[in-house]
Design a protein around this ligand. Structure first.
Ligand code: AGP
Length: 595
């Protein structure tokens, strides 16, 4: 989704802005631009990638104060006119904005009546005109007044030629300040500034910051507030490819480390999650899990884990649909899963739950993200920065958090529980074995890449894994893919089965095994080639499927981890075979900050 950057200091702003924008590319965008102030305001923008903008910029753009933006179109198509920064009538003000302004039509009509001229279809353009209207010598004040007129969400960075400061403000859209020595930065996300500083201020809703090279002053409702810089532990290398061809492949390969780090961190935590007593409420307790996309698939796996281990009712719902469902206040606990902590639908769901008196645990990967500020409790996953749009290691880290929330107090035989905890510790090695053998998975992927439609089927814990396998494949390879509960194929999708539609079947040696074998035979009888994921040593499935991929033996409870890693690699290599832009798939954004 849109990305904001800003710089003020002693260095030339142009190369810094372009570098910071390039670091935000992973969020997804369709156009970009920069504005640099220094003896006049210079604005350059277009519906192009950052590299193309860099190449088309005039040689002389000088100034030590600037802002930049990557835009993901909401109001108005991707075009030069709609790209940010946007300006006012005087040509002195530049604004970049993330979010949505609900009342922009009324504001625009009013401003037009007052003589302002607009040049884009965006909602953003009302902001510089409002600032122009209110400016009376104090830029911070004018921005505060302008934002006061706005209904909706925003993260904004503002500059005005001749005023040696940057203004940053946020409401329901992420914005951070990178604190340097004699220079400061603004960005939507930490990776953008890691080349320059690891000290970061997380702005909060309704904060307005006046930033100079020497300092940062934050105000809220006109009153000064203290916002301390945090030391970020991610390194630049964490946010770079480290020799891999794509971020996605690097992130898939980081999963053994992620699992290890997660277990270590949860083991050494002062307070264990089981101390929270979330799943010890017996029959009266019920749990609602909410999330979007891949995080929703983790929530669905969580539902199976928690219902299995605690025998309590657990519902998993799409956060984007939650607003249309009935009262939630009867629930005793909600868990919202969001890698970024910025997904608009997830944030809206948390606010509703809180307003209805339901305590919310947020599982997220991003320290200081919006979701962490509105949650009752936060469980951090230890995935490190995930750059590729396709979620991989963050999903595995979410599963680890769910296992760890459940296992210590699981209502199961003690010996079984200890055995499961032991197995959990062996998972990194088992995932590593899958990665060591990725060449074989790449060969299967090359076959899949030839088709235009693929089905993924599973049962029980592996039904959500089938959904995730299909999501991964469709989002990065653009092959149409459907995930199904294996028992549902005969209720409609059978009509689509043929030699042109292969089926990937997830077979686990648990209560679902026999039914999965039957489903594979049904699929074969209708002409679809079947690739089955089976536990190593299984030689029964190979007799009915066309080909098998062996996965290391794990307790079925952990089969979602190993099976998903295989499906991630399958999707990755299929997309690579088709020459797709794996890390930045078309039309998608890493962090979806609009409803
Ligand atoms: C999956 O690969 C996607 N990146 C997407 O489905 C993602 O999981 C979804 O947008 C939710 O994001 P979140 O976890 O940051 O809330």
């Amino acid at each position: 989704m849109c990305g904001i950057v800003g710089y003020i200091g002693e260095r030339q702003a142009r190369p810094i802005l372009l570098n910071c924008l390039a670091r935000l590319e992973y969020r997804g965008y369709d156009s970009c631009g920069i504005a640099v102030a220094g003896g006049g305001l210079q604005v350059h923008k277009d519906a192009v990638r950052v590299q193309a903008l860099r190449e088309q910029l005039p040689r002389r753009i000088e100034g030590k104060l600037g802002i930049g933006h990557t835009r993901w179109a909401t109001h108005g198509a991707p075009s030069r006119a709609n790209a940010h920064p946007h300006g006012d009538c005087t040509g002195r003000i530049a604004v970049v904005h993330n979010g949505v302004i609900h009342n922009f039509q009324q504001l625009r009509q009013q401003l037009v009546k007052e003589g302002h001229k607009f040049s884009s279809e965006t909602d953003t353009e009302v902001i510089p005109h409002l600032i122009e209207k209110y400016f009376d010598g104090d830029l911070g004040e004018a921005v505060a007044k302008a934002l006061n007129d706005i209904e909706g969400s925003y993260a904004v960075a503002v500059l005005m030629d001749g005023v040696p400061e940057l203004i940053a403000a946020r409401k329901e859209s992420p914005l951070i300040i990178g604190v340097g020595d004699g220079e400061n930065f603004i960005a939507s996300d930490v990776p953008a500034v890691l080349d320059y500083t690891s000290r970061v201020i997380y702005l909060e809703d309704d904060d307005i910051a006046v930033i100079t090279g020497e300092g940062v002053q934050v105000k809220r409702n006109g009153e000064a507030v203290a916002r301390k810089p945090h030391q970020v532990t991610w390194s630049v290398e964490d946010a770079q490819k480290g020799g891999y061809e794509h971020f996605m492949l690097k992130e898939i390969h980081e999963q053994p480390r992620v699992i290890r780090d997660t277990i270590r961190a949860y083991l050494t935590a002062d307070e264990t999650m089981s101390d929270w007593g979330v799943f010890q409420k017996g029959d009266s307790g019920d749990v609602l899990m909410l999330a979007c996309g891949t995080s929703y698939h983790a929530a669905l796996v969580g539902k199976y884990i928690l219902e299995g281990l605690f025998k309590i009712p657990v519902r998993a719902e799409l956060a984007s649909e939650f607003g249309y469902l009935g009262q939630s206040s009867a629930r005793s606990q909600a868990i919202v899963i969001t890698q970024s902590g910025e997904t608009a639908d997830a944030l809206k769901a948390i606010k509703r739950l809180r307003s209805e008196g339901c305590p919310v645990i947020v599982i997220t990967n991003v320290v200081g993200s919006s979701a962490t500020r509105v949650a009752d409790r936060v469980v951090y996953t230890m995935a490190g920065p995930e750059i590729s749009v396709a979620a991989t290691k963050s999903y595995t880290a979410q599963l680890m958090a769910l296992y760890w929330m459940a296992l210590p107090s699981a209502k199961i035989d003690l010996r079984r529980r200890d055995g499961l905890v032991m197995e959990l510790r062996q998972l990194p090695g088992k995932v590593q074995r899958i990665l060591d053998d990725e060449e074989k998975i790449a060969q299967h992927a090359a076959q899949i890449a030839k088709y235009n439609s693929v089905f993924f089927i599973g049962r029980g814990l592996n039904y959500p894994v089938a959904l995730e396998g299909a999501l991964k494949l469709k989002e990065i390879s653009y092959i149409h893919a459907e995930g199904y509960a294996a028992g549902e194929l005969k209720h409609g999708p059978f009509a689509l089965l043929s030699g042109e539609a292969p089926v990937v079947a997830l077979v686990t040696p648990d209560a679902t095994y026999d039914a999965m074998l039957t489903n594979i035979k049904e699929v074969k009888a209708r002409g679809s080639p079947v690739i089955a994921l089976v536990e190593e040593g299984d030689d029964v499935v190979a007799e009915v499927a066309d080909s098998v991929i062996s996965v290391p033996k794990v307790d079925p409870l952990f089969s979602p981890v190993v099976n998903t890693v295989v499906l991630q690699l399958l999707a990755y290599y299929a997309a690579r075979e088709r020459g797709c832009p794996i890390d930045f798939p078309r039309n998608l954004a890493k962090s979806v900050t609009v409803e």
